[in-house]
Design a protein around this ligand. Sequence first.
Ligand SMILES: Cc1cc2nc3c(=O)[nH]c(=O)nc-3n(C[C@H](O)[C@H](O)[C@H](O)COP(=O)(O)O)c2cc1C
Length: 209
Amino acid sequence: MLSFDPSKDDFTKNYKFLIGGILPRPIAVVSTRNSDGSNNLAPFSFFTGVSAEPMIVAFCPLIRSSDGQKKDTVLNIEREKEFVINICSFDICEQVNLASTEFDRNEDEFIQAGLTPIPSEIISASRVKESPVHYECKLRDILSYGEHKGAGTLITGEVVKVHIDEKAHQDGRIITRKISPVGRGAGNDWFKTDQPFEMKRLMKSQIQK
Ligand SMILES: Cc1cc2nc3c(=O)[nH]c(=O)nc-3n(C[C@H](O)[C@H](O)[C@H](O)COP(=O)(O)O)c2cc1C
């Protein structure tokens, strides 16, 4: 096996082995409000749920590798203390990919990506109409692991409102096939999730020796 100590290597190599080993990763399409009131939108695949009660989600923007600066999403959340996580379905993956382009600060990334902003109910950042699930979030924590290129920031948010497309839920649960979420892999790989399979968890008493 290839083995290496990440503390002795540069961030490019570490990054490749992080995104190549942790996959498929769900994609949070994070909308925030720019300082001039326009919309910012960017995808983040270092993303997960953290707590059900309170309902907490987390995602991780890294310090930008091109200029060593914080990403606009982070600056907006530091100032506004709120954001929306929109789930990325297969139908909108090309628009979401466009939203990852480094546009100038205060450029409306909904317009650039070709997605439709709709108002949130509790917070000021807009939601993505074409996304099947939206989590309106109030900032809980920002934990930074450095100021250098590739350093990550853990951002957690408390979900204050959830929105689910009518067509995507049934009997109190979301139907995976109805939202056809996509995931991110290594390099430029993405995953389609059109072949989910079911496997029930077993009670100890059900396991035959
Ligand atoms: C599918 C996808 C997932 C991404 N995930 C991350 C991530 O987890 N962390 C990160 O820092 N950048 C990630 N990026 C890159 C950001 O989207 C990109 O840097 C974007 O320009 C940030 O925008 P902002 O400056 O408006 O915040 C991802 C890009 C794509 C296409």
